[in-house]
Design a protein around this ligand. Structure first.
Ligand code: DC
Length: 229
């Protein structure tokens, strides 16, 4: 029986990966790392500098600035991690549709990925970590003892993300959220650098018809098996 394992959770945009990863980490007393937040942090930095917009991206400036960007996490009062960008808590600022609309372009830059993957590996080197993203099982932790590939019907995903943004007071249209998810899924799966793939050893978890506690229960069963094997 293993003591603590590494759990890699990959999947489509807004399919409930973070919710599952957070719940798993809490239940197992593991560290939770939201790798997407890290790509969002770099994107916010680039947006503030005017280096990324609707039709253009200044990749060179973004790559040159990486050594001025510090990405870290701090626990909030709910016990979940907030993203810090150069020491500033930007947790709510990285969740806007403006950042969502640009993040896949920034995440496609090779140097940005190398910069963040190095940090992600350090965060998980002791084991006992649940990390969610797009390349966790394929690139960040190819030897993870448990890899889950989370999926859900695209309309259900769009509605969930829409409800989440509205509950946070954001003024968004369902059609725009759906369009953003479709575009991100396309960019994330077709980029040259570490595209979203389902690795052969990943277990598919379709949560279209599962609520959060049912999804957690299914995942915990997989954890039990991984710990025993
Ligand atoms: O999980 P998220 O929606 O917050 O991720 C934001 C974007 O970052 C997503 O569209 C793709 C990118 N991403 C990535 O390329 N690799 C990761 N490990 C995590 C996220």
């Amino acid at each position: 029986m293993k003591d603590k394992i590494t759990i890699a959770i990959d999947g489509w945009s807004s399919c409930g990966k973070s919710t599952l990863a957070k719940a798993l980490a809490k239940s197992l007393n593991y560290i939770y790392v939201d790798s997407g937040a890290m790509y969002r942090g770099v994107t916010l930095y680039a947006l503030r500098k005017g280096w990324v917009g609707e039709n253009a991206i200044d990749q060179e400036e973004i790559v040159r600035s990486l050594n001025h960007i510090s990405i870290s996490f701090e626990q909030n009062k709910n016990g979940t991690p907030d993203l810090l960008l150069n020491g500033e808590n930007v947790e709510s600022k990285i969740r806007t549709l403006e950042v969502s609309n640009q993040v896949s372009k920034v995440a496609a830059i090779k140097e940005v990925r190398t910069f963040l993957v190095d940090q992600q590996r350090k965060m998980g080197e002791e084991g006992g970590v649940v990390m969610d993203g797009r390349d966790i099982g394929s690139v960040v932790f190819p030897n993870a003892e448990l890899k889950l590939f989370v999926t859900a019907d695209p309309d259900i995903r769009a509605k969930r993300r829409f409800d989440e943004l509205v509950s946070k007071g954001q003024d968004v249209e369902l059609a725009d959220v759906r369009k953003n998810l479709k575009e991100r899924d396309h960019l994330d799966t077709t980029r040259d650098e570490s595209p979203l793939i389902q690795t052969e050893d990943a277990i598919i978890l379709d949560n279209s018809n599962l609520d959060q506690s049912e999804q957690l229960e299914v995942a915990l069963d997989h954890v039990k098996n991984a710990l025993a094997s």
